[in-house]
Design a protein around this ligand. Structure first.
Ligand code: AMP
Ligand code: GLY
Length: 422
């Protein structure tokens, strides 16, 4: 089979490496891919949100299956467009992708179907939003832009002054463009945060291994929010009993709710959960694999990813094996100095072999380019150094041993990935 993977990050690299294990995968293209991905797939210079470009390429090259990995092309309807020209693909259609594309919609859905989540109100009018904040007078407050905002659309102000300033920059100054014209204000939840990525074909839902992200830039959860600085899997505090409870109270009800609303979801549904004292609650849904959760979840997937993705797309998920391997995985992100704000690109990376890898670990490339045989940093998050071990400590030790030898001018990483649950 000829497969096209849309996207250019560490998540896409992890998907491609796992797809390569399938005996059915003959040729893999990545659009646009990156320097490191070019060691595993043929990169073609088409942007991940260029729906017409992707469609033309897939038709002209007789692509058998397309994997649409990032949120924006899914929310824009890339899977619908591919289906129109008869190309099967992995990922939800536009109507279902709204579960990530609009927080107002996802909160409404949860409320309507009784899926546990933080209490909320949605606003289009800034004065009404300010009045609500004042009336609630409860801090920290949680304010979310309705639409996609590169993972930066959530603010958690500690006081009224910061909350009002945040609201105004979203709703009036267009900090996130149209994404922030509508907002959700919700109750602040405390508990244990974890993620579950699950395959669903709209009928059944099959969770992969649970994971834990680290969103802040620096050690001890200091610094700004990022796309994610490292992950571990499984999450040691997610017991089989809790998984069953989430299946009954959250996972299945979500799939059924989407179906009832005529928005059947086929793809990978990401449940961002908070295990609160009174039970598990949904913090957010993503309509796709998480990044960098995928970099620890897929190495522990016991099954043929291509076969699973095809089964999801065909509505036949119950016919394939989706297992979880024993052991643990850890991924440490190496980022460019200054990320998540401004940073410089183009520094040569040391410590990688000619294929972009390193001994004892798998190096997923998130933001690299290859120039004259030299890998250089070309994004904020640059590499995801991942190791698998019989337990979490072993996985972390292996990943950190490799991370110590890899870097470039200004590069940094967190030293405490997984430490809280070790
Ligand atoms: P999101 O983009 O929705 O994942 O939000 C970013 C981060 O903000 C989450 O990973 C949580 O750590 C935090 N967060 C979001 N919503 C809440 C909430 N209602 N209560 C507490 N923390 C939250
Ligand atoms: N790591 C969080 C996300 O992919 O949204």
């Amino acid at each position: 089979m000829k497969i096209l993977v849309v996207g250019s990050g560490g998540r896409e690299h992890a998907i491609i490496k796992k797809l390569k294990e399938s005996p059915k995968a003959e040729k893999i293209y990545a659009a646009p891919g990156n320097g490191g991905i070019s060691a595993d797939a043929e990169c073609v210079a088409i942007g991940a949100t260029d729906i017409e470009g992707i469609k033309d390429f897939a038709v002209k090259n007789a692509i058998d299956f397309v994997v649409v990995a990032p949120d924006d092309p899914l929310v824009l309807g890339m899977v619908d467009a591919l289906e129109e020209v008869g190309i099967p693909s992995f990922g939800p259609k536009k109507a279902a992708a709204a579960i990530e594309g609009s927080k107002v919609f996802s909160k409404w859905l949860m409320k309507k179907y009784g899926i546990p989540t933080a209490r909320y109100e949605a606003f289009e009018d800034v004065d009404k939003a300010v009045a609500y904040l004042k009336e609630q007078n409860s801090y920290p407050a949680v304010i979310k832009a309705d639409g996609l905002a590169l993972g930066k659309g959530v603010i958690i102000p500690e006081n009224e002054e910061d909350a009002i300033a945040g609201l105004r920059s979203m709703m009036e100054d267009g900090q996130f463009g149209d994404s922030g014209r509508r907002v959700v204000i919700e109750q602040f939840l405390t508990g244990i945060e974890l993620s579950v990525l699950a395959f669903t074909d709209g009928n059944i839902v099959v969770p992969m291994v649970s994971s834990m992200d680290h969103k802040r830039a620096y050690d001890n959860d200091e610094g700004l929010n990022t796309g994610g600085m490292g992950t571990i899997a499984p999450h040691p505090l997610f017991t089989p009993e809790m998984q069953q409870r989430c299946m009954d109270e959250i996972f299945m009800p979500t799939i059924e709710a989407l179906k009832k609303e005529d928005r059947e979801f086929r793809g990978c549904l990401y449940f961002g959960l908070m295990l609160c004292a009174d039970g598990p609650k949904v913090i957010e849904y993503n309509c796709r694999f998480g990044d960098p959760e995928t970099q620890v979840v897929l190495p522990l997937l016991d099954g043929d990813l291509l076969e699973i993705m095809q089964a999801v797309s065909a509505g036949k998920l119950s016919e394939v094996k989706v297992g979880i391997k024993p052991g643990s995985a850890a991924c440490v992100i190496i980022a460019s100095g200054g990320y998540p704000t401004s940073y410089k690109k183009g520094y040569a990376i040391h410590g990688l072999d000619e294929k972009g890898g390193a001994e004892g670990v798998t190096v997923y490339h998130a933001g690299t380019k290859l120039e004259d045989g030299v890998y250089k940093n070309n994004g904020g998050r640059v590499l995801g150094v991942t190791a698998v071990g019989t337990n979490l400590k072993e996985a972390l030790d292996k990943a950190y041993a490799a991370v110590e030898n890899i870097g470039f001018e200004g590069s940094f990483f967190r030293h405490d990935i997984g430490k809280k649950v070790l």
